[in-house]
Design a protein around this ligand. Structure first.
Ligand SMILES: NC(=O)c1ccc[n+]([C@@H]2O[C@H](COP(=O)([O-])OP(=O)(O)OC[C@H]3O[C@@H](n4cnc5c(N)ncnc54)[C@H](OP(=O)(O)O)[C@@H]3O)[C@@H](O)[C@H]2O)c1
Length: 299
């Protein structure tokens, strides 16, 4: 069983740590806000005061934090991961959804220290992590993936190998932009249904059973139709905005258009602008209702 250092005990980090502990791995966790480590500590994780202390002697290091700034802080900041001493030959993986530019820079920094870097974004919400059903989008060598596979088995049901470091994030950003587009266009469709006097429960079922019925549409249309609010946050509007911004940036880096992605990003920017960025992405429907209800300024 591996000695795993886990940096970032947010929704994803907590669920994955609990699975790692359940599979018999030894976990040392670090989180910027100590309070949030209580659940994993009670489940048997050791808690470290800094990322550098957490990675001491680790076989595997994993990080799940918000965005590029957070990742830069936990990897390269004072007492960051790179200030610590994992076991020689350890596998160091960043699992957050980050910009392609930062992930490729980070891979270079880690390798420059003579360490092994694994690009390891995941897909699936925290409940999928809790159930051990994440999908992993790996960017690393085949040999590194084989070494890591027993650890990944604790929280994932399918591992896709896209190529070397950077390839996992490339796919993840393209995949997430498609998801952002689906959720944004669904929210617009639902408020249009409402304005047309169509029952949202009926609309949700019809969207789900029609050719439109992706997993996103099935899940979010049901949540929107039921008017679920104040649920624990699985993934926030701000998170969707971050993903879409990184996705649009990456399309530009590839020299390819992302016109629809930009529009969907603008819709989630509206959700943040009306002060609803930190609640679940499905509640975009309420942000669009609020925007529609605003008195229009006449010229
Ligand atoms: N939720 C999902 O459905 C999902 C699915 C796939 C991938 N992801 C990706 O996984 C990553 C984590 O998502 P999450 O849902 O777990 O987010 P979360 O619950 O909001 O947790 C974010 C984590 O980042 C830490 N953090 C933020 N800024 C920091 C900083 N400057 N320095 C150190 N730590 C910092 C937070 O620490 P504090 O507790 O101190 O704030 C917390 O541990 C994101 O990149 C997200 O896009 C999420």
């Amino acid at each position: 069983m591996a000695k795993v250092a886990y940096i970032g005990v947010g929704n994803m980090g907590q669920a994955k740590i609990l699975r790692l502990l359940g599979a018999g791995h030894r976990v040392t966790a670090y989180n910027r806000t100590l309070d949030k480590t209580r659940v994993v500590r009670d489940a048997g994780a050791k808690i470290a005061a800094t990322p550098a202390a957490a990675v001491e002697g680790a076989d595997v290091v994993m990080s799940s934090v918000t965005n590029d700034e957070a990742s830069r802080a936990v990897w390269t900041g004072p007492n960051g991961i790179l200030a610590g001493s994992p076991r020689p030959g350890a596998l160091l993986a960043e699992c957050s959804t980050l910009s392609h530019d930062w992930v490729t820079e980070l891979a270079g920094i880690v390798r420059g220290r003579g360490l092994r870097y694994i690009d390891l974004p995941v897909a699936g919400r925290p409940d999928a992590a809790e159930a051990g059903e994440l999908r992993v989008y790996a960017g690393c060598s085949k040999e590194e993936l084989e070494e890591l596979r027993p650890v990944l088995a604790a929280f994932s049901k399918k591992i896709f190998h896209f190529g070397p470091a950077g390839a996992g994030t490339a796919y993840k950003l393209i995949y997430n932009l498609l998801g952002v587009i689906q959720v944004a266009s669904l929210a617009e469709a639902m408020v249009q249904c409402e304005a047309a006097g169509i029952d949202l429960q009926v609309a949700a079922e019809a969207f789900t059973l029609g050719y439109t019925g992706s997993k996103h549409v099935a899940h979010h249309s049901a949540v929107m139709a039921q008017g679920q609010r104040n649920q624990p946050v699985g993934f926030s509007g701000r998170g969707r905005l971050k993903d879409s911004e990184y996705g649009v940036q990456f399309a530009a880096k590839l020299g390819r258009q992302a016109l629809i992605g930009k529009a969907a990003s603008a819709v989630f920017a509206q959700m943040v602008d009306v002060g609803m960025g930190d609640i679940n992405d499905s509640e975009l429907i309420d942000a669009l209702r609020a925007i529609a209800a605003k008195p229009k300024v006449r010229p």
